[in-house]
Design a protein around this ligand. Structure first.
Ligand code: BDR
Ligand code: CA
Length: 319
């Protein structure tokens, strides 16, 4: 995306979504025009409340937040309190947000902004793809109107994180993901293959804590929960995947992919064990389809912590 192009973030605001939003809001020159929420890590309403808390913290009450789909196109919904806490923000027990969401539904807002900014709107989707699919069903011309779509989701040559085959954002609504990934628009997919290689650590949390300002301290608080979950369930050490912030940084061009072939991608919508799997067809001649980010240089979490206001590492006495 070029500077000045409007960005719409569609999210299921849990911990890494909140970090991604704070990163974008702290990046000069990024026009976050609107935020839409979807079920996933939590309900769409809780995701909106969490988004409004983040906007308040970042001093950006002017950015509209619209509530979107509460369940998948098939009407199913499951949340992830075991990862993001009951409140989606690591059980931080924050007060109700002072701001309120807009009355305009998410899918209508997506269509309106696409029509108001033909060829310029960038959609960053870091939750299940139900809102994007609903917007496409509402306005079939949407793919022609949108400039670019960046999606955190999928697992190509990597195991899934909710089933052996499927990553959470795709698994939550495979039919929506299939519609979005089959449509004729410019899409960048940021799957687990790369988000599981860019890791936040305990050192990063300590740097955020040491900064002693509201944004880094909030980030340190929610990151504490995330590191703990990943330590217990994934890495056996205090390290956590940087899923949504990495997708945000790729969307705004601050991280350049090292390996990112453009290949057709489809989604398994069967009811079998493969449901939700993303299948990237690398046998097809590269050049048409979805840009699938398979490798970055691994240095983004450091930059993320810096952007969130974390103290420089040399000021800390970390054994
Ligand atoms: C994705 O699922 C959610 O838990 C995260 O916020 C991220 O968008 C990772 O699989
Ligand atoms: Ca998310």
């Amino acid at each position: 995306m070029t500077p000045n192009d409007p960005l719409l973030v569609d999210c299921d605001t849990g911990i890494d979504d909140a970090l991604a939003l704070l990163y974008l809001l702290g990046t000069p020159g990024i026009d976050v025009r609107a935020i839409t929420t979807v079920f996933g890590n939590t309900s769409a309403n809780t995701a909106a409340a969490n988004t409004l808390r983040v906007l308040d913290l970042a001093g950006r009450p002017d950015i509209p937040t619209a509530v979107g789909a509460g369940s998948s196109l098939r009407g199913t919904a499951r949340f992830a309190p075991h990862v993001h806490g009951d409140d989606g923000l690591g059980n931080t027990g924050l007060p109700a947000p002072a701001l309120a969401p807009t009355t305009e539904p998410a899918a209508e807002l997506i269509v309106r902004l696409a029509r108001e900014n033909p060829g310029r709107l960038h959609l960053l989707a870091i939750g299940p793809l139900t809102n994007l699919a609903t917007a496409m069903l509402l306005d079939p011309e949407l793919p022609d109107l949108v400039g670019h779509v960046t999606i955190m989701g999928g697992a190509v040559d990597h195991p899934g994180n909710v089933t052996p085959a499927a990553e959470a954002n795709i698994a939550n609504d495979p039919e929506a993901a299939q519609l979005v990934l089959r449509a004729d628009w410019d899409v960048t997919l940021v799957p687990l293959d790369v988000t599981m290689t860019e890791l936040l650590t305990e050192e990063h949390r300590l740097r955020l804590l040491a900064a002693n300002a509201p944004t880094p301290r909030f980030a340190a608080r929610i990151l504490a929960h995330y590191l703990d979950v990943y330590q217990r369930n994934v890495f056996g050490a205090p390290r956590a995947a940087c899923h949504d912030p990495l997708a945000a940084a790729i969307a705004v061009g601050e991280v350049s992919p090292v390996v990112a072939p453009i290949v057709p991608v489809d989604v398994d919508t069967s009811d079998g064990p493969g449901r939700g799997r993303t299948i990237a067809d690398s046998s097809t001649e590269e050049g048409s389809g979805v840009r699938v980010v398979l490798r970055t240089d691994g240095t983004f979490p450091d930059r993320l912590v810096q952007r969130l206001g974390g103290a420089p590492s040399r000021t800390l006495d970390i054994a």
